[in-house]
Write a protein that binds this ligand. Structure first.
Ligand SMILES: Nc1ncnc2c1ncn2[C@@H]1O[C@H](COP(=O)(O)OP(=O)(O)OP(=O)(O)O)[C@@H](O)[C@H]1O
Ligand SMILES: [Mg+2]
Length: 348
């Protein structure tokens, strides 16, 4: 009898359903909230993690397959709980019509190389022939204009509130940095931050693009959480260093993205190791294995380990991400591999 199938077995079976396009399953991703026995089978209470109907439809089919077909549950009912209602959002998440995938780059703490990763990932995706935008959502410390050598540029107005992103190295850039003059201190209150980012997203004429990479401010406080809620994110990358403290912070970032039901694409371990320029030997300056350990615990994966190279910093400081400046450099190769993984990880 179907009713005798224990809830644990149902959860276990649901653990075989991968979120479409991702390596992780829906239980690990925290999408399954509850399984409730019904007189004729089971009801699965699931969070709506995306506004893409085709993804939800595919999930419903897969859930049905593992429960009804594989496990023998007579009747499977899927109850999808809308995320907006839960988050109490009045305004709804910003979706961009022409953008296929919005990917956030976040970190638990500052200075781990989040902007460097975001900038090089965007440049690497462009290098691979994809159309890419990069939104600098770090209102307090925008560094994208510097990294792309566009501090002097200003977006062109396009009528009404609309404007064109600044384009450089094949990447469309939007940053608060373009709207500030040099000496204006950036003292924003929370609501202004949200307002600004919302406006950037909506008013910029991004056109059609395969990816929009969002460089989030460091940390996991209210500002980051709200930002992550404001945008309909399709995936998140968490940047960490191998040090244990940074890893703990990164874990917080993973949890934050889970809280807003954003699938985690994986961890990027930055400043991962140093290659001695003389002998070519690898030195794990900050210890090793931290990212791997965390990824395992959190049911995600390490997408890339980016070594420390002075050239990475020099390139960023000179206004040209290393992927553009020296595409053959080992660090660039690591960023290009990361970009390929990101492409492979998102649904078509
Ligand atoms: N792999 C690397 N090798 C060498 N230098 C690096 C590497 N990654 C980042 N850096 C340098 O470390 C510094 C901090 O990096 P970045 O600004 O990207 O960090 P962040 O996490 O965005 O910081 P913030 O929290 O201030 O936004 C920069 O000077 C950058 O050039
Ligand atoms: Mg930064």
């Amino acid at each position: 009898m179907a009713r005798q199938i224990p809830p644990d077995a149902v959860i276990e079976a649901l653990g075989q359903v991968k979120y479409p396009g991702y390596a992780a399953d829906i239980v690990t991703l925290g999408m399954v909230e509850d399984v409730q026995p019904t007189p004729t089978g089971y009801a699965v209470v699931m969070r709506q993690a995306t506004e893409r109907d085709e993804v939800m439809k595919r999930l419903a089919e897969d859930v049905h397959r593992v429960l009804a077909h594989d496990l023998g549950v007579a009747q499977v009912e899927l109850r999808v709980r809308r995320v907006e209602a839960e988050l109490g959002e009045k305004t709804g998440r910003v979706r961009l019509e022409g953008t296929k995938h919005i990917i956030a780059v976040g970190s638990g703490k500052g200075g781990v190389g989040k902007s460097t990763v975001a900038a090089n990932l965007a440049a690497a995706l462009a290098h691979l022939g994809l159309s890419v935008g990069l939104l600098d959502a770090d209102i307090y410390g925008p560094s994208i204009p510097m990294m792309f050598g566009t501090t002097e540029e200003r977006p062109k107005a396009a009528g009404g509130n609309n404007f064109y992103p600044v384009e450089k190295f094949g990447v469309k850039l939007v940053s608060i940095g373009f709207f500030l003059n040099d000496r204006a201190p950036v003292i924003w209150r929370g609501p202004m931050v949200m307002g600004a980012v919302r406006q950037f997203l909506k008013d910029a004429l991004w056109g059609s693009q395969d990816f929009l990479i969002v460089d989030l401010p460091p940390g996991t406080g209210d500002a980051q959480l709200t930002l992550a809620q404001q945008v309909a994110l399709d995936g998140a990358i968490v940047v960490s260093t191998p040090q244990d403290v940074a890893v703990l912070d990164a874990m917080r970032a993973v949890k934050m993205f889970r809280q807003v039901h954003c699938p985690i694409l994986g961890i990027v371990e930055n400043l991962s190791f140093f290659v001695c320029p003389d002998c070519g030997e690898r030195d794990d300056l900050f210890g090793s294995g931290g990212g791997e350990r965390m990824a395992k615990e959190e049911g995600t994966e390490v997408l890339a380990q980016i070594p420390i190279y002075p050239e990475v910093r020099a390139a960023g400081d000179s206004g040209m991400p290393i992927v553009i400046k020296e595409p053959r450099h080992p660090a660039s190769q690591a960023f290009l591999d990361l970009a390929r993984k990101v492409v492979a990880a998102v649904p078509d």
